[in-house]
Ligand binder design. Structure first.
Ligand SMILES: Cc1ncc(COP(=O)(O)O)c(C=O)c1O
Length: 385
């Protein structure tokens, strides 16, 4: 027997309470019992997204479905949109926008760069007919956190331009104030901070985004937002929903409310800091720049002379700890330690011990125990406050 630890930024571990709830016998979705589940999920999601003004819609899809829905529901073919791209998921938004025939301007940065809101301001000033700005808040591929609050301040002055935020690994890990920051569409996926298996995605739709929807002519059926809204008015869904996942979501949202959003974000900040301090004490270098580091995932450069793919393999096969590797040109060059959702202090310390053991097995020279001591110092210092 080998005990397993899932330390990836999605899918993420699911609390036993949530797993057990999902194991209940199936119920029919056109029943008062399920209507209550829908109602609770929407209310809970509004709390998590920090919105009262926006509607929250739930889809049976992974996060990419929510991404696609945001473009299909807000625009017409040929609409000018500005997509910020500083990693894998910004790039995916560009791909979807191209497929839908939008006139895309790509604001491209390196993976270790943060989106500069001044570039967005300059673009909108020069192209006031722009209908949408798309930003990834928490770039899972790089760990970079983009300042969507600053982008919100810019976009709100353009009455016909919606701000679409991919917060798929932001929600539940970092602050994301949908209403206060003027974010028109914000999305997340179930297998992230919501602590569920993959299969559900949620989007918020502001009044401004509904106006964009009204003029949008792009084809849509399964992801047609209005279908979901009309059904939500009756506490139901347009199509057969993922009943067990939604029952699980009802439970995980209750857990999130019990901890409170501030507590959840503080826990993530603390675990992220412990991870960063831990790996740096081993002489490893962080990938994301200091001015834009999120709480969901810690990407780390693999030291010279070490095979990053082998490192990930040994961690998983020999020690039972699954972390993520790098994507695209960073495959084998960086590792990514996830700490998003159902994570506590000892997930981090366990992972750092396993990392130390693996690095040692691969012949990397470091002071044994240094990582764990540094992480422990962070975790204990905060506890004394
Ligand atoms: C920031 C971000 N956007 C989009 C996605 C795509 O979501 P999915 O894989 O659930 O379709 C992910 C998934 O990892 C993500 O982290």
């Amino acid at each position: 027997m080998q005990k397993k630890y899932l330390m990836t930024p999605g899918p993420t571990p699911v609390p036993p309470e949530v797993l057990l709830t999902q194991a209940r016998p199936m119920i029919h979705h056109r029943t008062p019992e399920f209507n209550a589940v829908v109602r609770n999920c929407v209310e809970g999601l509004k709390y998590v997204f920090q919105t009262e003004q926006s509607d929250v819609l739930l889809f049976c899809s992974s996060g990419t479905g929510a991404m696609e829905s945001s473009l299909a529901n807000c625009f017409c073919a040929g609409d000018e949109v500005l997509v910020c791209h500083n990693g894998k998921f910004g790039e995916r938004m560009v791909q979807i926008a191209v497929v839908y025939g939008l006139a895309v301007t790509v604001l491209e940065y390196g993976w270790q760069e943060v989106v500069d809101p001044a570039d967005i301001a300059a673009h909108l000033a020069a192209h006031p007919a722009t209908r949408g700005v798309v930003v990834t808040q928490s770039e899972t591929s790089s760990g970079v956190l983009n300042d969507v609050e600053a982008v919100g301040r810019i976009v709100k002055d353009y009455a016909d331009c919606v701000l679409i935020v991919d917060s798929i690994t932001g929600i539940g890990a970092v602050e994301c104030r949908t209403d206060a920051w003027g974010l028109d569409v914000v999305m997340t996926g179930s297998q992230k901070g919501l602590m569920l298996p993959p299969g559900l995605a949620a989007v918020t739709v502001s009044p401004k985004a509904w106006r964009a929807y009204e003029r949008s002519t792009l084809p849509k059926f399964y992801f047609d937002w209005k279908k979901y809204l009309k059904n939500l008015e009756k506490d139901t869904t347009p199509f057969t929903p993922a009943v067990s996942l939604m029952i699980g979501l009802d439970r995980s949202l209750k857990m999130m409310r019990e901890e409170g959003l501030d507590g959840i974000i503080a826990r993530h900040a603390r675990l992220a800091e412990a991870t960063r301090q831990g790996v740096e004490a081993l002489g490893l270098e962080l990938f994301a720049p200091v001015e834009g580091r999120g709480n969901a995932v810690t990407p780390v450069w693999v030291p010279d002379g070490i095979d990053g793919k082998e490192l990930v393999r040994i961690l998983k096969n020999r020690h039972g700890v699954t972390i993520a590797g790098g994507q695209d040109e960073y495959a084998g060059r960086i590792i990514r330690i996830g700490h998003l959702g159902y994570f506590g202090d000892f997930d981090i310390t366990t992972t750092l011990v396993a990392l130390e053991m693996t690095l040692s097995e691969l012949g990397y020279d470091f002071e044994p125990g240094a990582g764990i001591r540094a992480a422990e110092a962070v975790l204990m210092a905060e506890e004394e406050d």
